[in-house]
Design a binder for this molecule. Structure first.
Ligand SMILES: C[S@@+](CC[C@H](N)C(=O)[O-])C[C@H]1O[C@@H](n2cnc3c(N)ncnc32)[C@H](O)[C@@H]1O
Length: 426
């Protein structure tokens, strides 16, 4: 009998962590099973887990006719893993089935063997299935906000996953794309200023990583800092800053940036990112609801904590982890953060409110409510290179994973730009 393959065992452990313990993949990067693997194997285990999370709904549908009752959770995870590897990951059926049987509990080896073989023969049926549906709590909300056809396109985008986007430190996307292409790495300069790579791989091996010539940042995530439009010498606050993609963008303009975040652990990543890119910011560890600045700012970026539902194509574990009952707390925190930040702008100062969410409560509706509470703020049009007309909404920009399908999509984001007309309160 085949021995237990440590890579698939580690992938199965990650899936168990998500589905049985409610732990995110990123919270599990230090698990023993993963740590014991060499870096390329660790990456493969993580890729397999991600594939299984994306494919779970389709594998379940293929298994359904063959099951009288739901299998034990570990068997279900094992079959989702094996099915995803064979049907979407190019894994050879014989090896994958043997590996799944080796990892199955003794009493269920026969069941796993039989069902994994059924999956191995289900290639055509799998190819004909639509993308898995989002969980009901999220799907219902998104259907009301964006309509059924758009939600189906978003689900297809989630299944496809995400390319790797880079933000060039010097703002020259064409030059960075040409430099990467010169080294045999297919790269496209996007019209909004990011550089897109077709394939992932080890980020730290890419040319320019050590010199800090760029940082990894989704093309949509790069738009809030650009919308704020700051420049040299301006006093800028990045209010929920870590791990710092937007702090880097703001600092790269020559602005005097204060980067605040409540999480010391995430700020450590922000410090490392600044150091690698040779950029500077004043870093404050603290709760934005308690902290008060000494003087008003010319510009504030509030990239608020949110449901992160715009990032599901990168984080397919997210729909399994989010507790819809907690959403109201997050919406209220966003409103409280807006209210504090609004009081720290100098007259004429600008503020961007952004979230990587697809929910209007964290976007359009939050922005409308903010402007009602703050008559001193007025909405400003966001005019940046490369924006498609359909991304604009009255409240700002609505970005969705199903936009730019021919280019590989983008994360879901909401971005609003406001200007302060009244006197500062600090
Ligand atoms: C969406 S993330 C920010 C991402 C960041 N802007 C970037 O581009 O890398 C939200 C951040 O808000 C921080 N946060 C949550 N509550 C906070 C609070 N009360 N005060 C300050 N930061 C807070 C979290 O620690 C988290 O790092």
């Amino acid at each position: 009998m085949a021995r237990k393959d440590p890579v698939r065992a580690a992938a199965l452990g990650l899936l168990d962590g998500v589905w049985s313990e409610g732990r995110s993949l990123s919270d599990q990067i230090e698990t023993e099973a993963l740590a014991a693997l060499a870096p390329p194997d660790r990456a493969r285990a993580q890729r397999l887990a991600v594939l299984a999370l994306r494919e779970a709904g389709r594998i379940d549908r293929l298994l359904k006719p063959h099951l009288r009752k739901a299998p034990p959770s570990r068997v279900q995870a094992l079959l989702r893993l094996a099915g995803a590897e064979m049907l979407a990951g190019g894994g050879a059926a014989h090896g994958v089935v043997d590996a799944a049987v080796a990892l199955a509990p003794a009493a269920q080896k026969g069941l796993v063997n039989a069902l994994a073989r059924k999956l191995a023969g289900a290639g055509d049926a799998h190819a004909a299935l639509p993308a898995p549906e989002l969980p009901g709590w999220l799907r219902g909300r998104l259907m009301s906000a964006h309509g059924k056809a758009a939600v189906q396109r978003m689900e297809a985008a989630h299944l496809r996953g995400a390319p790797l986007d880079l933000t060039p430190r010097n703002g020259d996307a064409a030059a960075l794309a040409a430099r990467l292409a010169g080294q045999g790495i297919a790269a496209e300069a996007l019209p909004t200023g990011s550089v897109r790579l077709a394939v992932g791989g080890q980020v730290s091996d890419l040319p320019g990583f050590d010199a800090g010539d760029w940082w990894v940042q989704d093309a949509a995530a790069a738009l809030p800092a650009r919308a704020l439009g700051v420049g040299p010498g301006q006093r800028v606050l990045d209010l929920c800053a870590a791990p710092g993609g937007k702090t880097l963008q703001l600092a790269a303009t020559g602005a005097e940036v204060t980067a605040l975040d409540i999480s010391e652990a995430r700020l450590a990543r922000l410090r490392a990112n600044l150091a690698r890119c040779g950029l500077e910011a004043r870093i404050v560890a603290g709760d934005a609801l308690d902290w008060t600045p000494e003087a008003p700012f010319d510009a504030i970026l509030l990239d608020a904590p949110c449901s992160a539902t715009g990032t599901i194509r990168r984080h397919p574990d997210l729909p399994y982890l989010r507790d819809p009952a907690r959403l109201r707390e997050i919406f209220a925190l966003q409103a409280a953060l807006i209210d504090r930040a609004a009081g720290w702008l100098r007259p004429g100062g600008r503020m961007v409110f952004s979230t990587c969410s697809l929910l209007p409560e964290e976007g359009e509706a939050q922005a409308r409510a903010a402007l009602e509470r703050h008559p001193e703020l007025t909405a400003q049009p966001i005019d940046l290179p490369g924006l498609a007309p359909e991304w604009h909404v009255p409240e700002g920009l609505r970005l969705r994973p199903d936009f730019w399908p021919e280019r590989g999509g983008m994360d879901g984001f909401f971005v609003a730009l406001w200007q302060h007309a009244g006197p500062a309160r600090v």
